[in-house]
Design a protein around this ligand. Structure first.
Ligand code: PEP
Ligand code: MN
Length: 402
């Protein structure tokens, strides 16, 4: 597709320093020759479902690991994650009567933006940071932390394996969805942060039905808080795709930026193409979000507003681990609903980091942050996730507000 630049002439933030340029070129070339991971028609199907969330007819539950591990792409863990999303969707339906749209941080959430390129690990000295399985490995050794371009191909292989698990015949029926309508609402779409240009660009494919191009690595792609620069490669890349795209908006986002993002990513596009994901933190949400919703005003009949109550509420546990307090996250959800409603827009859904595993990474009460033993099962490769019970609690908070 020679007419597309896909942001190549713009600076891309948060890219790894690949250790070997020749290996990288080979991996990129190989990715470009592989079949698409997802079909354009399924990306459009998700866009139509998201349009329902724009109008308040459906509620989005987007969730999964902060950093997905390659080892978890086999049938059992993938179906476990899909089942968790379906249970949360059923909860939304039961409490609010609203349909849900299920989107996993799944089958490709293998790359992480980081606040610092290196970290000091006790006993190991200063090491490059872990950037997700598509780049390096989390073990604290220099060898594991090298940015290995061959991992881009492994990312493709694992995403494919996870997608095949999601698509296996009867995957919906396992969780009790019987008839066709149930099966449609039980569909789990895939999404991840479109971070690694060397993974996303070679997977762009021609959209044969609608014309133009789409990113074939996932149904929905989002751009993170650290890479949403208006003059950067990521936004420019997203502009050239037909997929539903999301943009994370933290407390530093200003109204003019949001207005321009809407103009570049939503104008002239069908409703549901752009999702704005607010991740302000419990205190900032009521203060900072109103001006952003106002700025998006003319586009409010087109964009989905999601609340990510996780990333603005990360706090240190006494052990030094990162944690999050359930009460803070509930408070952010309540603030989000209040702001959206005051401005006549629909709260479109939640964006959560969660796992069906019985982990203890987030805490229920603030006092537990000071208890050395309150996180006995901490397994996340990156940010702290909600366990099944905690996820249900937050989804219930939102569903009751609906
Ligand atoms: C994430 O979703 O894991 C993430 C890094 O979020 P944000 O871009 O909002 O900081
Ligand atoms: Mn995260």
């Amino acid at each position: 597709m020679p007419s597309l630049t896909l942001g190549t002439e713009r600076a891309a933030a948060q890219q790894p320093q690949w250790e070997d340029a020749e290996e990288l070129a080979l991996a990129v070339k190989e990715l470009a020759s592989r079949p698409e991971l997802v079909k354009a028609s399924d990306c459009h199907a998700l866009r139509r479902r998201l349009e329902q969330a724009v109008h308040g007819a459906a509620f989005v539950v987007q969730g999964g690991d902060c950093a997905e591990r390659f080892a978890d792409s086999s049938l059992r863990p993938v179906l476990g994650k899909a089942d968790q999303l379906r249970r949360l969707g059923a909860l939304v339906q039961r409490v609010s009567g609203r349909e849900s749209v299920l989107v996993g941080r799944l089958a490709g959430q293998y790359a992480k933006p980081r606040s610092s390129p290196t970290e000091t690990v006790a006993g190991h000295g200063e090491l490059p940071v872990y950037r997700g399985d598509a780049v390096n490995a989390p073990e604290p050794h220099p060898e594991a932390r090298r940015a290995d371009p061959r991992r881009l191909l492994h990312a493709y292989d694992h995403a494919l394996e996870a997608l095949q698990a999601l698509r296996q015949p009867g995957a919906e029926v396992r969780t009790g969805a019987g008839d066709q309508a149930d099966e449609e609402s039980a569909a789990v779409f895939t999404s991840h942060e479109a971070l690694l240009m060397d993974f996303e660009r070679p997977l762009v494919r021609e959209d044969r039905n609608a014309g133009g191009s789409y990113g074939s690595s996932a149904h929905m792609l989002w751009i993170g808080e650290r890479t949403r620069q208006l003059d950067g490669a990521h936004v420019h890349f997203a502009e050239q795709l037909n997929n539903p795209v999301g943009i994370k908006l933290g407390p530093s986002a200003d109204p003019a930026e949001v207005r321009e993002l809407c103009e570049r990513l939503a104008k002239g596009r069908p409703a549901g193409r752009l999702t704005l994901i607010s991740r302000m933190g419990r205190a900032a949400v009521t203060e900072r979000l109103p001006r952003l919703v106002e700025a998006a005003g003319p586009y409010s009949g087109r964009v989905v507003w999601l609340c990510d109550p996780m990333h603005g509420n990360t706090v240190p546990h006494v052990s030094g681990l990162k944690s999050r307090v359930l009460a803070d996250m509930s408070e952010e959800i309540r603030g989000f609903f209040a702001v959206l409603r005051t401005h006549g827009a629909h709260p479109g859904g939640l964006h959560l980091e969660l796992t069906p595993d019985t982990v203890t990474e987030c805490v229920n009460e603030r006092v537990q942050l000071d208890e050395p033993d309150s996180l006995p099962r901490y397994e996340s490769a990156c940010d702290p996730r909600l366990n099944a019970e905690q996820a249900e609690e937050l989804v219930t908070v939102a569903a009751e507000l609906l």
